[in-house]
Design a protein around this ligand. Structure first.
Ligand SMILES: Cc1cc2nc3c(=O)[nH]c(=O)nc-3n(C[C@H](O)[C@H](O)[C@H](O)COP(=O)(O)O)c2cc1C
Length: 529
């Protein structure tokens, strides 16, 4: 693997000897240099989105199985607000003792709860939301307009995909490296895509629930997307473009040839003294596409990649009818699990939901870059052991209950071993990077984030709990005897406490005992190490 992303991957492995001289030395989690949790434009107004947007009324189980059959909703301001809130909105808050700043939690999971991903809307007029380029303000649940007018042709040109202009709305996801590198250093580059992916896990499901087609683009001219949403490609990096909906009556839009004027809007600083991590920049730049021919070539190469993935699944008989949006706000990372058994559907259906094909430009249609290996500890009727999920079947690799070993694989975190099963999402990074270069790395990590969030939603739909977990890279490959590399881990099991559901826009649920729970967790971790 000669690409810089491969170098970053190797240098950011947990548990393997790495040449630290190639990494920046810094103080992780330096309280004096804490990043601001939200991007703000202090001189621009935030216009409130509607908050009475209701629910789709599609059962989560039906949506996650890909079985929604309905006419598409009209993508108006209310539907846009619903998509944004359940993708990136603030759902919970914890006010720590001692009058410190509150900790905000959002609809999708995020490593370290650091939420490095920003969301921009590029749309035609959607009722109360005027045509323009807007930034989503999660806490205020509103939009800051950055550009007036319909810019969809420009977005389509930058994405090298004419059909982008036919979507009434697209979201551009960007990542602020320092918001996550503050804790994780260069490994934070992976987190940008995991966290964007977890948001997309929600977004794709919400779009399905609304009957709206959605498609994820990883291929685009980086500079043009960055210019359109007014980011510099250093402090903030474009990650993905997602189209939502389709309209035959393409509104008159700006000519693609027109370059956008430079945006010169004041934004709040990322942190008191953001640290630059050159390896992150190099890995990202190495995957950069500089013109539409490069985008077309990259996309053509991607179109032959991947393993077949299911499009649709059956809905488990006792999955209930709870609407998708309610499951999303109920989800919260399970912090403590009881080592109790779970029904087999949680394993079989959950893995199927996680492994469903993602509509996107980075694989062949109906294919996936991600493979799934499972450490099964307590699933009724399933022999404990290590499995690979392949072609909708579980192939056993080892037998025996390996709770301690699984916990070890998950950076010695008890959750990995207490779970009923722990899923290790991997990819053949070597093969992928040989074909798609450093940009293929972006795609694989993004898909892993989607997979993890989907598995978590499937778990909550069936009454269980789940959390994303980090891992010792090489140990995972060794344990499952796979040449693939681990991208992300999801532990699924029985929560040891009742999770408080998230709230609504402007009224996040208060997590009263969150700091105590985290102290309990930390002491458990210390006890193990
Ligand atoms: C990529 C990723 C990795 C994560 N890794 C861990 C982990 O190693 N240990 C852990 O306890 N939680 C982990 N989490 C869960 C986050 O800590 C959690 O999502 C975050 O605190 C926000 O809380 P919420 O999910 O309840 O909204 C991870 C989440 C993601 C998306």
């Amino acid at each position: 693997m000669a690409d810089t992303a491969a170098r970053l991957h190797a240098l950011t492995r947990h548990g393997s000897p790495v040449d630290r001289s190639q990494l920046v030395t810094f103080r992780p989690l330096d309280p004096a240099n804490r990043p601001a949790p939200f991007k703000r434009y202090p001189d621009q107004p935030i216009v409130a989105l509607p908050t009475d947007f209701g629910r789709s009324n599609e059962a989560a189980a039906v949506v996650l199985a890909g079985q929604v059959r309905r006419d598409p909703l009209t993508l108006d301001a209310g539907v846009l607000a619903r998509l944004l809130f359940f993708t990136g909105g603030v759902t919970r808050v914890s006010h720590p003792a001692g009058g410190h700043d509150p900790t905000w939690f959002r609809a999708a999971m995020s490593a370290g709860n650091l939420h490095p991903v920003e969301v921009y809307v590029v749309c035609a007029g959607l009722g109360e939301v005027a045509a323009g380029v807007h930034h989503f303000a999660p806490l205020e649940m509103g939009l800051t307009t950055l550009r007036d007018g319909d810019h969809r042709e420009l977005l389509a040109a930058a994405t090298g995909a004419p059909e982008v202009a036919a979507a009434p709305c697209s979201l551009v996801l960007t990542g602020v490296p320092f918001r996550t590198a503050w804790k994780y250093g260069e490994r934070g580059y992976r987190h940008l895509f995991w966290d964007a992916g977890s948001m997309l896990g929600n977004l794709l499901a919400l779009a399905e629930a609304a009957g709206l087609p959605a498609r994820v683009y990883v291929g685009f001219v980086d500079r043009d997307i960055a210019e359109l949403v007014g980011v510099d490609g250093v402090e903030e990096l474009p990650l993905a473009v997602v189209t939502i909906g389709h309209r035959d009556d393409r509104a008159p839009a700006m000519a693609a040839a027109e370059r956008v004027a430079r945006l010169d809007l004041t934004t709040t600083p990322v942190a008191p003294q953001p640290i630059h991590f050159p390896l992150i920049q190099e890995a990202h730049d190495d995957g950069r596409l500089t013109n539409k021919d490069a985008v077309a070539a990259w996309r053509a190469a991607a179109a032959s990649l991947g393993l077949p993935a299911p499009d649709e699944l059956e809905v488990p008989a006792d999955a209930g009818t709870e609407p998708l949006e309610d499951v999303i706000v109920r989800r919260g990372s399970t912090r403590l699990m009881r080592p109790d058994p779970v029904p087999p559907e949680l394993l079989t259906w959950g893995t199927g939901v996680a492994g469903r094909a993602v509509p996107g430009d980075f694989t062949a249609p109906g294919h996936t870059l991600v493979q799934h290996f499972l450490a099964v500890h307590a699933v009724e009727g399933v022999e404990p052991g290590a499995y690979r999920w392949h072609a909708r079947r579980f192939e056993q690799r080892r037998s025996g209950k390996h709770r301690d070993l699984t916990s070890r694989l998950c950076l010695d975190q008890p959750l990995g071993g207490d779970a009923a099963f722990t899923a290790f999402h991997t990819a053949d990074l070597e093969g992928l990077l040989a074909t798609l270069g450093s940009r293929g790395y972006r795609a694989a990590q993004l898909e892993a984030g989607i997979v993890a969030e989907r598995l978590a939603l499937a778990a909550f739909t069936l009454g269980a709990g789940a959390t994303g977990l980090t891992f010792y890279d090489e140990l995972v490959s060794q344990f499952f005897a796979t040449p693939t590399q681990c991208l992300l881990v999801t532990a699924v099991g029985v929560p040891a406490y009742r999770n408080r559901p998230g709230g609504s826009p402007g009224a996040p649920a208060e997590l009263a005992h969150y700091d105590q729970l985290m102290v309990r967790l930390a002491s458990r971790l210390r006890g193990r190490s």
